[in-house]
Design a protein. Structure first.
Length: 134
């Protein structure tokens, strides 16, 4: 099996808070990430597909096709948006890197036309990321 990865980027803001908790409890759990107006990140998204290269092309999946799917389904909808407010598919979800990775996976997995989605990583910073493998 061969693992093929495409990296895309988007900028977005979010606020980490649970509406069931008091402001004090949210600040205790999420720290400054719970501030009322939110904060932003320059996110990196890595999408890895696994499969066997096709003899005629030598590719599992054309990276341009994978990039177009990621842009259409994800980055065009989240780039320069407030994830809590502006993104329909994140409504009612605490937009941690972990939850974002799961939601993105659920959107992308059925859209991959060749091979199979293997891994999805969401980097909030170079030091902090979540990886989901379904």
């Amino acid at each position: 099996m061969v693992y093929l990865t495409r990296k895309e980027y988007f900028c977005a803001s979010h606020r980490l808070f649970n509406p069931k908790f008091s402001d004090e409890k949210n600040l205790q759990i999420y720290g400054k990430c719970a501030y009322a107006n939110g904060h932003g990140h320059n996110y990196e998204l890595e999408v890895t597909v696994v499969g066997e290269p096709v003899d005629e092309t030598g590719m599992i999946l054309d990276l341009k096709i994978l990039s177009d799917i990621i842009k259409k389904e994800i980055t065009d909808k989240v780039d320069h948006r407030h994830l809590n407010i502006d993104v329909d598919f994140l409504q009612g979800i605490i937009p941690t890197a972990e939850n974002i990775a799961i939601v993105f996976w659920n959107i992308l997995a059925p859209k991959i036309p060749v091979g199979k989605l293997y891994s999805l990583k969401v980097y909030e910073t170079p030091n902090n990321f979540a990886e989901y493998r379904g």
